[in-house]
Ligand binder design. Structure first.
Ligand code: NI
Length: 169
C-alpha cells in the first residue's frame, strides 16, 4: 500500500516518535509499505512520521532500487558515531521542491534494530551518512531546515505559507 506523504505543517513531523516494542507481522507489512511509498515518491529515505505514523521506523535506499543490499530498515535508531564534515544539497519528501545546502558529518554510525528486533550497527559515508542523520532527525521531530540559517528557513516558511494559501501545498 502506498501512503500519501505528510507535508511540512503537519504536527506529526514536529513530535518525537514513539519507540517500537513489538516486532510482529504488522510491523513487517508497514516496513514493506514504507519502501513502496518511498519509491513511489522517488525518495531515498522515509521516516514513519512522514506517512503520519509517529513510530521510530525509517527506511533507506540510497541506490534507489539499484542494489537490493542497500535497502536498510532502521528501527529505534540512534546515532552512535560521527566523523568529518560534508556540505551538500539536501531535500525532504515532506518539503517538496525545496533544497538547501546542509553541513553534516561525513561518516556516521547508526545503531538500530531490524524488522525482527535484532540490534545492529551500520556505518555509512557521504549520502548514506546524510540519510542516517536526516531520518533519525525525523524520528526526533526535527527537519533538515533546522540545520540551515534562520534567514533561509524563514524564507522557505514564507513561501510555503503562500503555497498553503493558494491551495498548492
Ligand atoms: Ni525528510
Amino acid at each position: 500500500m502506498i501512503y500519501p506523504i505528510v507535508k511540512f505543517g503537519d504536527p506529526v513531523l514536529d513530535r518525537p516518535a514513539a519507540e517500537v516494542t513489538i516486532f510482529d507481522d504488522d510491523l513487517k507489512k508497514l516496513i514493506e509499505d514504507m519502501f513502496e511509498s518511498m519509491y513511489a515518491a522517488r525518495g531515498v529515505g522515509l521516516a514513519a512520521p512522514q506517512i503520519g505514523i509517529g513510530r521510530r521506523i525509517a527506511v533507506v535506499d540510497v541506490t534507489f532500487k539499484e542494489d537490493p543490499k542497500a535497502k536498510l530498515v532502521l528501527i529505534n535508531p540512534e546515532i552512535v558515531g560521527k566523523e568529518g564534515r560534508q556540505r551538500g544539497s539536501e531535500g525532504c519528501l515532506s518539503i517538496p521542491d525545496f533544497r538547501e545546502d546542509v553541513s553534516r558529518a561525513k561518516i556516521v554510525t547508526v545503531r538500530a534494530q531490524d524488522a525482527t528486533g535484532k540490534f545492529f550497527e551500520h556505518t555509512g559515508e557521504d549520502l548514506l551518512a546524510r540519510a542516517f542523520l536526516h531520518e533519525t532527525d525525523h524520528l526526533n521531530g526535527k527537519l533538515y531546515i533546522s540545520h540551515i540559517s534562520a534567514l533561509k528557513r524563514d524564507l522557505i516558511k514564507r513561501k510555503i505559507k503562500k503555497l498553503v494559501k493558494a491551495g498548492e501545498w
